[in-house]
Design a protein around this ligand. Structure first.
Ligand SMILES: [Zn+2]
Length: 258
């Protein structure tokens, strides 16, 4: 990041009343050639078996040590904003984002990931956290490309549980709705406040969750500053040219450089 932009960025953090952070698809990407190939094969296989809900977990296993960089980068960010009133919205299905030490009730992950499992028919009470045994089962799928896995069964209807995320045929959205309501309330309180918006690696896979609404919030808030960090989709809409700053870099590399 250029020195002037860097200074501006730290100044904006220091002077902001509220900070809104968006985390997107760049955090799902498998980077190494070998991991990418492996994830691609698994994706094809999961698609054929109609089990794409397992993809976030498989991708996590394929990224392996690459995720350390994500965890370290986000930990750095948390440190920078620890005294601030912030909220984080993540459309990434990388569940390491859940394990970062954000302030309590300051994160919403509307696309889910591999933190929870659910009944395929969303029976009430079926939503539970994944355990170590589940990960051992998921590793078997990655290594042998066969689905004999058992993530437990639904206590209500007896069906095999699946992962709770946007790829599920019937996604149990009760896992994040409470957080979403909290986010909406938080967002209302940003009106007329000095708001800093930081969008990290958000592409166009789910533009109605982060990309478009964040642009709109930035446009209508006269005191807003807006930062978009993205390797490929870094362009700003013309409406934001006076208050928006763009950093054409992979957001994970950028976090590492902070
Ligand atoms: Zn059920």
């Amino acid at each position: 990041m250029e020195e002037i932009l860097r200074k501006e960025f730290f100044y904006d953090i220091a002077s902001a009343d509220k900070i809104l952070i968006g985390i997107g698809e760049e955090f799902d990407t498998v980077l190494s050639a070998e991991g990418k190939k492996e994830a691609g094969c698994c994706k094809q296989f999961l698609k054929e078996k109609s089990r794409l809900d397992l993809l976030p977990a498989i991708e996590m296993l394929c990224r392996d040590k690459e995720d350390t960089k994500i965890i370290d980068g986000l930990a750095k960010l948390v440190k920078l904003i620890e005294d601030k009133d912030y909220y984080v919205v993540s459309t990434s299905t990388n569940s390491y984002i859940d394990s970062i030490k954000w302030k309590e009730n300051r994160l919403v992950t509307p696309c889910g990931g591999s933190t929870y499992k659910q009944c395929p028919d969303c029976c009430e009470g079926s939503l539970t956290k994944l355990e170590d045994d589940d990960w051992a089962e998921i590793k078997k799928i990655k290594n042998h490309s066969t689905i004999t896995e058992q993530l437990g069964i639904c206590k209500v209807c007896g069906q095999k549980l699946i992962l709770n995320n946007i790829y599920a045929k019937k996604y149990d959205e009760s896992s994040y709705l409470k957080d979403w309501q909290q986010y909406m309330t938080w967002l209302q309180r940003t009106i007329n406040r000095k708001l800093m918006i930081l969008e990290l690696g958000v592409g166009l896979q789910y533009p109605s969750v982060i990309r478009w609404p964040f642009e709109k919030v930035a446009f209508y808030n006269q005191k807003a500053s807006f930062y978009r960090v993205n390797e490929k989709l870094y362009q700003l809409t013309p409406e934001l040219h006076d208050k928006g700053k763009t950093i054409a870099q992979n957001s994970i590399d950028w976090l590492a450089s902070l």
